[in-house]
Design a protein around this ligand. Structure first.
Ligand SMILES: *[C@@H]1O[C@H](CO)[C@@H](O)[C@H](O)[C@H]1NC(C)=O
Ligand SMILES: *[C@@H]1O[C@H](CO)[C@@H](O)[C@H](O)[C@H]1NC(C)=O
Ligand SMILES: *[C@@H]1O[C@H](CO)[C@@H](O)[C@H](O)[C@H]1NC(C)=O
Ligand SMILES: *[C@@H]1O[C@H](CO)[C@@H](O)[C@H](O)[C@H]1NC(C)=O
Ligand SMILES: *[C@@H]1O[C@H](CO)[C@@H](O)[C@H](O)[C@H]1NC(C)=O
Length: 433
């Protein structure tokens, strides 16, 4: 374990120790070269020094103890993800006497056998939200996977203008990021208590569940959430280990024909972004001032396929046309006054694609703020979350697809998959602008 990985630990752990103390790294350093007595020449045995050394020693023990129980799940490489590695939340939060836990598995969306790929962030968030709602319904603490799989298509660090070239069939290369590099778990816990599955709290709960015997842990498959709540063989358990749908966790929430079961709004997880991401978004929002945001989905969504006559067909026949700058200019002219600041988030990769919009608007992309983003953003999921915060904070937000009757959108094509493949339309017919 003497690796780059372990050298990343000291700094981060020390953030949890009170600020005026030396970091573990500097404590190691000082002891190695005997520099401490020098800097305190007059009182080499001052109580402060002793206290410092004592605390450093405790810190080292703490560090060593934290090296053992990190669960990464299979297939994750410690070394390839060293940069993103996030120290587990080992702040010991002893669980409350009445606290009970709900566990759905150590990976979102692949609790079953077929776990060689994962979906984009939005898809995985639907699943996470479904699990969180169940935990709320059961009044249990949700045990979150400590890492989120990153689809390789979405994993080029940097600017959205370059991803999504590949198809969803592309294999998932072992790649993931720490859940707490995406979300603020403390903030989330104000609404629904969550812990990570590599936390001390979870390890303690699991070992206590062994001691509890028949009231310790229930391994459940195929039970409804009301069974889990009402039947005492489940409701009394310290831990419910639930086997969610092998396809996608969110299948557990589909077709439930019960509005009252929906407890968390779609905006919940987006607004739970980690503090680093929220702070950076705030800085950028401040620089943008008064702005309108547009989300322009092209990339994957432009996919066409040929019918048996060799004619291209698309699920969103007007999308390619309606997301081109000349059409955007026309569509948004009644919503956005000339000269306004327009923040553009898009997966279009062609450089300068949206430049024609500059004849009427001031344009900004996340790439304009690389000095703020570079120190913070490690993967495209984080970038996506940050852009989402900027879009949520806009005075006016224009989506790509029509999602409901009230929101503004670039195209009238619905977001919902209609499953009808139509011939793409490029003419201006009916557009009067
Ligand atoms: C929910 O669980 C907490 C402990 O985690 C307990 O204090 C509280 O009374 C429970 N609420 C309900 C409505 O059962
Ligand atoms: C992206 O797609 C283009 C056009 O289909 C192709 O020429 C290019 O090789 C692809 N790039 C990658 C990295 O797959
Ligand atoms: C939860 O249940 C699954 C399937 O029964 C099992 O493979 C897994 O080891 C269990 N996890 C825990 C933490 O008990
Ligand atoms: C709908 O959900 C509520 C609470 O979530 C539950 O009490 C009720 O029994 C459910 N109704 C049906 C028909 O499942
Ligand atoms: C953002 O960068 C583009 C060039 O990539 C430039 O045209 C534009 O003015 C910049 N916007 C802001 C707000 O700085």
């Amino acid at each position: 374990m003497i690796s780059r990985t372990s050298w990343h630990l000291p700094n981060k752990i020390c953030r949890h120790v009170s600020p005026p103390l030396p970091t573990l790294q500097s404590a190691f350093h000082s002891m190695a070269i005997q520099r401490l007595p020098k800097s305190k020449e007059k009182q080499p045995r001052s109580p402060i020094l002793l206290l410092t050394l004592l605390i450093a020693a405790i810190g080292i023990l703490f560090l060593l103890s934290s090296l053992r129980p990190i669960y990464y799940g299979t297939g994750f490489s410690l070394f390839s993800s060293a940069k993103e590695m996030v120290v587990p939340k080992n702040r010991p939060r002893p669980y409350r006497a009445s606290e009970k836990f709900l566990y759905w598995g150590d990976r979102i969306d692949c609790p079953g056998k077929h776990c060689d790929s994962c979906e984009g962030l939005g898809h995985q968030e639907s699943s996470l939200r479904c699990a969180l709602e169940e935990a709320m319904f059961l009044n249990r603490t949700f045990v979150m996977p400590s890492r989120m799989c990153i689809n390789p298509i979405h994993n080029t660090k940097g600017i959205l203008h370059q991803s999504e070239n590949a198809t969803s069939e592309e294999r998932w290369a072992a790649s993931s990021c720490g859940m707490d590099s995406l979300y603020d778990l403390d903030l989330m816990s104000n609404t629904i208590p969550v812990i990570l599955d590599n936390s001390e709290t979870w390890h303690e709960a699991l070992s206590f569940s062994m001691k509890l015997g028949s009231r310790g842990i229930a391994h459940v498959a195929g039970a409804s959430r009301s069974d889990l709540k009402e039947k005492s063989q489940y409701s009394n358990m310290l831990v419910i280990n639930r086997t969610a749908s092998p396809l996608s966790w969110f299948m557990e929430c589909k077709d439930r024909n019960n509005r009252s079961a929906i407890m968390l709004p779609y905006s919940f997880l987006p607004s739970m972004a980690s503090k680093k991401l929220r702070d950076s978004a705030e800085k950028i929002k401040e620089l943008l001032g008064d702005y309108v945001a547009i989300h322009v989905r092209r990339g994957d969504k432009l996919k066409t396929r040929k019918d048996r006559h060799g004619v291209d067909r698309s699920l969103h026949p007007h999308l390619d046309r309606d997301t081109r700058p000349e059409f955007i200019l026309c569509r948004i002219s009644t919503w956005v006054p000339p000269g306004h600041m327009l923040f553009i988030a898009s997966n279009e990769r062609k450089p300068g694609f949206f430049s024609p919009l500059a004849i009427r608007y001031k344009l900004a992309y996340s790439s304009n703020y690389s000095s703020i983003l570079d120190p913070v953003i490690e993967n495209n999921y984080q970038l996506f979350m940050l852009e989402r915060l900027i879009m949520m904070g806009a005075k006016t937000f224009i989506k790509t697809f029509k999602e409901d009757d009230t929101g503004l959108s670039l195209t009238d094509d619905p977001k919902k998959n209609t499953k009808t493949w139509q011939i793409p339309v490029y003419t201006e017919a009916g557009k009067g602008c």
